[in-house]
Ligand binder design. Sequence first.
Ligand code: RIB
Length: 305
Amino acid sequence: MIAVVGSLNMDLVVTVRRRPRTGETVLGSDVRFVGGGKGANQAIAAARLGGQVHMVGKVGDDPFGSTLIANLAAAGVGTEAVQVEKGVSSGVAFITLDAAGDNQIIVSPGANARLMPADVRAQAGLIGQARVLLLQLETPLPTVVEAARVAREQGVTVVLDPAPAQPLPPELFRLVDFLTPNEHEAAALSRQPITDLRSAKLAAAKLISQGARQVLLKLGGEGVLFACGNRFEHMPAFPVKVVDTTAAGDAFGAAFAVAWLEHGDVYRALSFANAVGALTVTKAGAQSSLPYRKEVEAFLAARGA
Ligand code: RIB
């Protein structure tokens, strides 16, 4: 079983030809409402790939909250530990998407900010039944640290997507088995600018020296760099036509967890996760773009992988 502790957001998505400069107004498309939130995206991605998944999080007592819980349930994710917080708005993400498929996201955390360390401690029984815990950083940092402690105490493997980037306490590095930053997050955490594979390796090495055990550095169209100790392996991405990169990183981490749980082989799990990341960017939206297991298997088979 996979447990996810994290955020649920309603994504309000507007497509623009180009992003506005400061003080400028541009017209965009009609707004689309798509289920999102890095935590909920990971939970749904893992469930669609065949994982048994339970989510721990909070939504507000508004229509967005009920839709977000319904989305999880429709994907087969256990929602008993998703609480409805009275008098609070659900998390909302304001997303602009440009013609190249690149996005900018502003998150209003709402109920996600009310997920407290005591809330995850209260779910220790559920987290202890999992073999992997997926974490991200859209809920308060003390809550993320407490969730990692609860997991580690019970021998559960911890995978942290350090997004959005923020300074992390040294304890969290030690509690995490797999750290899955993208290049911006890795650069911010390591203070090593990343411009190519060589600088990516330097950043990964710095993260290891800060206490990270294993780093899966997501490089977008350049694939993924795996670092463990003084070993570095680069796996190129599957080339695809990019429509929208939203949730690709979330899907990557979830896919890695599902595949790693199935056979325990990091390299096979990375190849599977690369395929899932590639398929996710070929469709628009967050939860609307997360692929099903059959699609991933067909994609890999067509490429002889
Ligand atoms: O990673 C993508 C997600 O980031 C979006 O779904 C949005 O809700 C923000 O949390």
